[in-house]
Ligand binder design. Structure first.
Ligand code: NAD
Length: 332
């Protein structure tokens, strides 16, 4: 059993702890929260020891790993500090905000020989695993272009001063909330990005940081991804990969918070559309348990570090493009 401390007990930390309480691979007894009063009842309900100082868990030899659910600009320094203390790290997305920072984070985990995992649980959805397998098998031919959408209206009720709506913690409006998951999947198909063009606008809400984001990512191997992320329309989740012999699409039935599963559609040239339903599956827990497998040496974490770097390198370029409206080259 991997003994972890969850750091940052807001929305997502409170989703992760109850999931970990059901795990046969991970145990959690300690959490870190700078505002402990906000989780007094939750801590009692889940028998949690709450500490306010991150360094306290880094010094605790009984804790082998940390799960970071903190605001975005804290991630890199927390990964580096945890790795230097010999702790394995699961970090929520985005891993870092710049290429320089993700390289720093990855150097620290590699220097200290600890595992690193990232909260891109969409990679662990059974229909996405199936779609990736089909694409890699070559059945659909050469991947040409991705169309992907992750939109929701959950943030419309957030207070205007919430960090998730700030230009510093969440540049390019919806990008760090939802767009980043689609960028990660696109990197999973095409690899390193070459250049990006992003446009973010405030069109249909009070979200001054932007509620409507459109991105065109061009990849080094030639493919494109068209990514759409909107914060002022009801939930939509769609990931489609068009190839030169056919195409495949995964569509969420509902928002992942109240999951009802997915529909996978596959079309081959000359054939008819094949439609398969997938029931809900515990993909967030599957990601955390894949992290435990990597930390305890049972299996490598399935997302290679090269793709973690490629994702954040493209993310930084998207931030710059959304700010300047210019095409931005992705550093490599
Ligand atoms: N994978 C997903 O689908 C998904 C979904 C939601 C959020 N997230 C990610 O989870 C992370 C947290 O987001 P959230 O929506 O839960 O935010 P939140 O504001 O609800 O929670 C963050 C919590 O961290 C606490 N905190 C801040 N600094 C801290 C520190 N140094 N030490 C300990 N606690 C600290 C805050 O008091 C707060 O309770 C972000 O990276 C976000 O992108 C991922």
């Amino acid at each position: 059993m991997l003994n972890v401390a969850v750091v940052g007990m807001g929305w997502w930390g409170k989703i992760i702890v109850p999931l970990l309480k059901t795990s046969k691979k991970i145990t959690v007894n300690t959490v870190v929260e700078v505002n402990p009063a906000s989780i007094a009842d939750f801590a009692k309900q889940h028998s949690l020891n709450v500490v306010t100082d991150f360094n306290a868990v880094l010094k605790d030899p009984s804790i082998q790993a940390v799960v970071l659910c903190t605001p975005h600009t804290q991630h890199t320094d927390q990964i580096v500090a945890a790795a230097n203390a010999g702790k394995h790290v699961f970090c929520e997305k985005p891993l870092s905000m710049t290429r320089a920072d993700v390289l720093r984070a990855i150097k620290a985990v590699n220097d200290n020989k600890v595992a690193l995992a990232v909260g891109h649980e969409r990679r662990f959805e059974p229909p996405i695993i199936e779609a990736m397998k089909i694409i890699q098998s070559g059945e659909l031919g050469t991947p040409l272009q991705i169309e992907a959408n992750f939109s929701q209206d959950k943030f419309l009720t957030l207070a205007a001063d919430n960090w998730r709506l700030s230009g510093k913690e969440a540049p390019a409006g919806p990008m760090t909330a939802t767009g980043i998951h689609l960028l990660d999947l696109s990197v999973g198909v095409f690899g390193e990005a070459d250049r990006v063009l992003a446009s973010v606008k405030q069109l249909g809400s009070q979200l001054v940081n932007g509620d409507t984001l459109a991105i065109l990512v061009s990849f080094k191997n030639g493919g494109h991804a068209l990514i759409s992320a909107i914060l002022a329309t009801p939930f939509e989740g769609r990931f489609a990969v068009y190839c030169n012999k056919g195409w495949i699409e995964v569509r969420d039935k509902t928002h992942p918070e109240a999951p009802e599963g997915w529909v996978l559609t596959k079309t081959l040239r000359g054939g008819i559309k094949e439609v398969r339903e997938f029931p809900p599956a515990p993909n967030v827990l599957a990601n955390l348990e894949a992290f435990a497998d990597a930390a305890e040496g049972r299996a490598p974490y399935p997302v290679p570090q090269s793709q973690m770097i490629a994702n954040i390198s493209a993310l930084e370029a998207i931030f710059k493009s959304a700010k300047t409206n210019a095409i931005v080259s992705v550093e490599s």
